[in-house]
Design a protein around this ligand. Sequence first.
Ligand SMILES: NCc1[nH]cc(CCC(=O)O)c1CC(=O)O
Length: 308
Amino acid sequence: MQEKTLIATRESRLALWQAEHVRSLLQAMGLDVDLLGMTTRGDQILDRTLSKVGGKGLFVKELETALEEGRAHLAVHSLKDVPMDLPPGFDLVAILEREDPRDAFVSNRYASLDELPQGALVGTSSLRRVVQLKALRPDLRIEPLRGNLDTRLRKLDEGGYDAIVLAAAGLMRLGLAGRIRARFDVQQMIPCAGQGALGIEIRSDAADLRAKLATLIDKPTWLATQAERAVSRALGGSCSVPLAAHAVWQGQTLMLSTALGHPEQTDKPLLRANVAAVIADEQAARAMGTQAADQLRAAGAADYLSAA
Ligand SMILES: NCc1[nH]cc(CCC(=O)O)c1CC(=O)O
């Protein structure tokens, strides 16, 4: 009998949906797949802003331990939660076709950001969203909002906020697309590197599994997200930095848009860099990200980064 392939996953509804999604793709390839659910430190700490408690790594470390110990074979992540550089011994071997990368405006009273009255209260815990919201609407009051998607929606429904901003992809995966009142234009609210895409991580030494998973790679998403992640990597890769990086294809040309805000003085002007080029391989995609990071540095990013 064939050995079972085990997917290590967090137990939030979103993580489970993502793991189930990959399970069905692997089952379609003839593999026998089960999930191994686990609670990570990131899931336990729901009361503090993520950037203050250790960042992205919190959500992946326990999953990596399971891979390390052979209790599971692969981990499925929202790509945007995956650190720019994985620890030695682990590789990101597949990035699936990206779904909607946009941020979503969710409100029970207002149809879009433009309709919010002066001084309205908006909930989000992402610094990237905070700095871009302030650039669009300096009058808004913005307050932290943490917890999994269901918790965040509940806090909105309990009247704690006039509106909240979340990733559209997460809401769609949970069957909550109906809550979305408007989707932000990606030029106005530039998404986080990797937003809307799923990444699969394995142990570097699992060559057979790597070859099987390679068939799941979506090349356009792979290249676009390599460019996005290279910006973040070049600027230090921390999630306490309000950095937005999003790349879209126009034919063979990849167009990368980035914005950097100040982590403490969140109403400081955003620094922006845009790069476009014909891109055919990963090396070129990464070079494009580095180039955007260089432009951000030339615009004064060092002052913004030193505050993080
Ligand atoms: N940071 C948490 C997180 N990680 C992935 C998603 C949604 C799915 C995605 O962006 O791929 C979310 C929720 C959100 O940011 O609103």
